[in-house]
Design a protein around this ligand. Structure first.
Ligand SMILES: Cc1cc2nc3c(=O)[nH]c(=O)nc-3n(C[C@H](O)[C@H](O)[C@H](O)COP(=O)(O)OP(=O)(O)OC[C@H]3O[C@@H](n4cnc5c(N)ncnc54)[C@H](O)[C@@H]3O)c2cc1C
Length: 450
């Protein structure tokens, strides 16, 4: 019997995990199309001054699903103690996103009492949790939300006021905050910390040579298990007829029984030639790459900006897992850029970052050099309150046409790479179920014709 053929568009984290898991589950013959010459997508490590920097985060939790699907991969990672901190007004530092002891130390017992009273009041005042500010206030209270810097952080991320951001953002990105702020969790954490104080979390950093090494290992594993990996294969069109889908690259057109797209939603819509009504707005990200010789003024791998100053969101010091190179700290700084914010002025961004860092007591004591930068378009999906319903309708129209959507850009889903991998596993399982159903003669599968 002819094997069912599945096309997976896009070879980032989602496409890679999905392809191998689907192949192992006998979901069919899998072809993975990636337009770049290597797999990896948003995971990239541009080399600057002989050092592989990253555009975003470089660390993974040991229970990241990618290690389950590619078991040999973990041997290429570097284990280290991850310290994630925040800096707030006046250069006060705390554990990310905040800790009770840090808050008391930074703000004093009186403010701490006010914060406690504000949490209790907001549990009642914002019990409906129907807007993003209401959700934040419900969990951390007004005093911490405004004074602790969370509001600054969220508004900087999106360049929008908090009331313009849909509560969907909280569902996607604030699980950790909700976890921390829940009474039961807070009680359990306090007990555990009292018993055995927690300083760091063990994490795994991507291979020393950069993400391209990680994805070279992934590509080998995919090929070894029979996934047909096509790099430099830019998908340019998809059509359908009663026998399935016709997927065209610049080289050829091939027939498939199912197509999963992990590439940006508007691109998928263009490929199948259906109109979409909503703008799929995204934040672009400017990453600045620095070397720093001296005492950076913080003792962490990740420092998030919860203060009012500067446009930067997060700073990453690569010295923790990889050591210093030539006595230098290698530091990257992420700066979100609002849609339509015009041409990027690198020197202005650098000056803005330096002024902010110095005002917060960071990177004061030493010599810093800006070595390069990278611009990432479509780094984060934007969920505006007035757009979410239309975005869902547009995605549904593509699904109704017959394309399965998955991934950070593929489903316009603001997820971490771990969540992207978990969703990819679920999609592979769905493909396997579809394949099993299609094999029964009475249920022969056909694409829908709308
Ligand atoms: C700046 C930044 C910081 C981040 N920080 C973190 C973090 O701290 N922690 C965390 O867990 N996650 C983080 N992430 C998220 C993580 O990188 C993503 O969740 C994950 O990499 C998404 O993978 P994906 O496969 O869904 O999408 P992508 O990586 O976008 O993959 C899509 C792929 O499709 C390909 N493609 C596009 N068009 C076509 C076409 N026409 N034909 C063929 N191929 C095509 C692209 O080249 C790309 O390889 C960050 C992301 C960014 C951008």
């Amino acid at each position: 019997m002819k094997r069912r053929r599945v096309a997976v568009l896009g070879g980032g984290m989602t496409g890679s995990v999905l392809s191998l898991h689907a192949k192992r589950l006998n979901a069919g013959e899998i072809t993975l199309f990636e337009r770049a010459d290597i797999l990896g997508g948003l995971h990239k490590s541009p080399e600057v001054d002989g050092f592989p920097y990253d555009i975003g985060a470089f660390f993974f939790s040991p229970d990241h699903p990618v290690f389950r699907i590619f078991p040999g991969l973990i041997d290429h990672f570097v284990e280290f103690d991850l310290r994630v901190r925040t800096v707030t007004e006046g250069g006060k530092q705390d554990r990310y996103p905040l800790s009770i002891s840090g808050y008391r130390k930074n703000h004093g017992s009186l403010t701490m009492l006010r914060a406690g009273a504000s949490i209790l009041w907001n549990k009642w005042a914002n019990r409906t949790r129907d807007t993003l500010p209401a959700i934040c206030r419900y969990y951390v209270g007004d005093v911490i939300y405004m004074g602790g810097g969370l509001k600054n952080y969220i508004e900087r991320l999106y360049s929008l006021h908090d009331h313009e951001i849909d509560p969907l953002f909280a569902t996607k990105r604030m699980a950790k905050l909700v976890d921390l702020a829940g009474f039961r969790n807070r009680f359990a954490t306090s007990l555990r910390d009292a018993w055995k104080p927690r300083k760091h979390a063990v994490a795994l950093a991507r291979p020393r040579a950069g993400f391209q090494h990680m994805y070279a290992v992934i590509e080998c594993a995919l090929t070894a298990e029979g996934v047909d990996v096509r790099t430099e294969a830019n998908v340019q069109g998809i059509e359908k007829d009663e026998r399935g889908f016709l997927v065209s690259t610049d080289r050829k057109t091939e027939r498939f029984d199912a197509v999963v797209s992990t590439i940006p939603v508007p691109v998928t819509a263009r490929l199948i030639d259906i109109p979409i009504h909503q703008r799929f707005e995204t934040v672009s990200l400017l990453t600045l790459f620095y070397s720093f010789e001296g005492d950076p003024g913080f003792d962490a791998e990740v420092m998030s900006n919860f203060s009012n100053s500067g446009r930067w969101k997060r700073m990453i010091d690569f010295s923790g897992p990889y050591g210093r190179s030539h006595e230098l700290h290698r530091i990257s700084v992420e700066i979100p850029l609002a849609p339509h914010s015009g041409p990027v002025d690198i020197q202005a961004a650098h000056r803005d970052f330096m002024a902010s860092a110095h005002s917060l007591g960071l990177l004061v004591d030493g010599d810093i050099e800006l070595l390069g930068h990278h611009l990432t378009p479509h780094a984060y999906p934007i969920y505006r309150t007035d757009a979410v319903a239309d975005l869902e309708r547009d995605k549904q129209a593509i699904s109704d046409w017959g394309i399965l959507l998955c991934g950070r850009q593929g489903a316009f889903d603001y997820v971490s790479s771990a969540a992207a991998a978990a969703n990819a596993i679920a999609m592979a399982e769905r493909l396997a179920r579809d394949a099993a159903t299609a094999l029964t003669p009475s249920n022969r599968w056909r694409p829908s014709h709308s």
